[in-house]
Design a protein around this ligand. Structure first.
Ligand code: 15L
Length: 275
């Protein structure tokens, strides 16, 4: 049985994943504090992502890593830098030094949050982060690309929408990821024989999706869930529309926070050069 290290294992996403993957891998669980309640097949190995020595210790001897660790929302630069930039570097570097072949990176829809909701985006479009947090996720994806090209590491980036047992609001109807669909993507990332560097969207098969997830489908992803079955209930509960910027862009409130310009302003017209 393969040993899978999950960093950030004490968080919400990690907790769903542990339950869904039980019995399928030996799970090494790492978070900044020890995880006390362990199920069969789980081991706790605490570590701080911001310390390379910790990451060297926790990544030793595993077959694959699901890197969920770090700061999971927008935050002050000092925290994003420590947990998501330095932390992500430490994770990849430690994995490389320990010869871990496969790394799955939990990136986020916020790496692409400045795309409008009327745009369908795929894995080939350039990033448009909506926050320092989203930017740190772009950094992690590109770090994965570098380690894949330079060292032959196999890297699978999942741009996670929102993991929850059910979608919680109108925006999340477009980016909901059920726990079992998350587990299916993680299993593809761990076990698919032909991964070099891939980006997929971590979303269920939602009718209202903003994503063309053909890259995940090419690798065998067949989502079992669709937020549409919750849509009527969710929309009935939505009291009033969010502000205009949040409504226009995929990143929602992450876009509107601290905003100081109009991201939708027309592009400047290029002057024709006289030959
Ligand atoms: C994320 O990337 C966050 O980790 C999560 O807490 C949610 O905010 C999610 O995005 C979302 O966009 O709903």
């Amino acid at each position: 049985m393969k040993t899978l290290l999950i960093t950030g294992a004490a968080g919400d996403v990690g907790t769903h994943l542990r339950r869904e993957l039980a019995g399928q891998y030996a799970l090494r669980l790492s978070d900044i504090k020890p995880i006390k309640k362990l199920a069969a097949g789980e081991k706790s190995m605490p570590g701080d992502v911001a310390r390379l020595t910790d990451m060297l210790r926790v990544t030793k001897g595993v077959d694959a890593i699901m890197h969920l660790g770090g700061f999971a929302v927008e935050g002050p630069w000092s925290e994003i830098l420590r947990a998501n930039i330095v932390g992500c570097y430490n994770l990849f570097e430690a994995a490389h030094r320990n010869g871990v072949k496969r790394v799955l990176f939990a990136t986020s829809n916020h790496a692409m949050g400045f795309y409008r909701r009327d745009q369908k985006i795929d894995h080939r479009m350039y990033p448009k982060p909506d926050s320092r947090y989203g930017l740190s996720k772009v950094f992690g994806e590109q770090l994965g690309s570098l380690y894949s090209d330079k060292y032959g590491m196999e890297v699978f980036c999942i741009r996670i929408g929102n993991v929850n047992p059910a979608p919680v609001d109108k925006r999340r109807l477009s980016l909901w990821l059920s726990p079992r669909d998350l587990a299916q993507l993680v299993k593809i990332g761990v076990d698919h024989p032909d991964i070099r560097f891939e980006i997929v969207y971590g979303v269920s098969g939602n009718k209202r999706s903003w994503y063309d997830n053909s890259n995940a489908e090419r690798l065998g992803y067949k989502p079992q869930d669709d937020s549409e079955s919750y849509a009527a209930e969710v929309l009935a509960k939505e009291k009033q529309p969010a502000d205009a910027q949040s409504e226009l862009y995929q990143g929602g409130a992450f876009v509107a926070a601290e905003i100081g310009g109009d991201p939708n302003r027309p592009r400047p017209k290029l002057k024709r050069r006289k030959s």
